[in-house]
Design a protein around this ligand. Structure first.
Ligand code: ZN
Ligand code: ZN
Length: 186
């Protein structure tokens, strides 16, 4: 999505515009990035350029679950404030040096949100991809997806654990009884 800021760039600091993106596409072809954005965008004339404040819903991103290895969709929402530097001030003619990692308004007064959306999407991706909080994952014994069917291995393991806990509890109960028996005699 390109926004023409030729007029806003000539206005005093603090002047602003509001836009509403409604499924507009953004893309960074060099890295094969494509997205659509929906949500409010506010542009404010700042000292060095245009401050962009955006709150955007994106298309969900396809991920693979770390536990069950099934594909699932992750809903994407990003919010950011970023200043886009205007290289040459249209009213004073002053040149402004932008750092390499800063966003800039290009020579034809286009403000392109694509790269910002790409970066914020990247940082909004989950560190651990889990299809749902209660995903049961794959059986470590036979590889069965435990969300779809129960192969019985997990239950067998649980039974085993439970039986050793039960025998421990029995032992503890036994020693309690001994203490109780022994106390009056001491
Ligand atoms: Zn899963
Ligand atoms: Zn199994």
């Amino acid at each position: 999505m390109l926004i023409n800021v030729a007029t806003l760039a000539q206005e005093p600091i603090g002047h602003s515009r509001r836009y509403q993106a409604d499924g507009e596409s953004v893309s960074v072809p060099e890295v094969g990035f494509e997205q659509t954005i929906t949500g409010p965008i506010r542009l404010i004339r700042s000292e060095r350029g245009i401050l962009v404040t955006a709150s955007l819903d994106l298309d969900p991103v396809g991920l693979m679950c770390d536990r069950c290895l099934e594909p699932f969709e992750w809903p994407m929402h990003i919010e950011f404030d970023e200043e886009y530097v205007i290289a040459r001030d249209p009213t004073t003619g002053h040149r402004i040096e932008a750092d390499q990692d800063e966003f800039v308004v290009d020579g034809s007064w286009h403000l392109d949100l694509s790269e910002a959306v790409r970066q914020y999407e990247e940082s909004a991706l989950p560190i651990q991809s889990i299809c749902r909080p209660d995903c049961r994952g794959l059986c470590p014994t036979c590889g069965q997806n435990l969300n779809e069917a129960d192969c019985g291995h997990a239950a067998a393991g649980a039974d085993h654990r439970w039986s050793s806990l039960a025998s421990l509890a029995e032992q503890l109960r036994g020693s309690d009884e001994e203490e109780q028996h022994g106390a009056p005699e001491a």
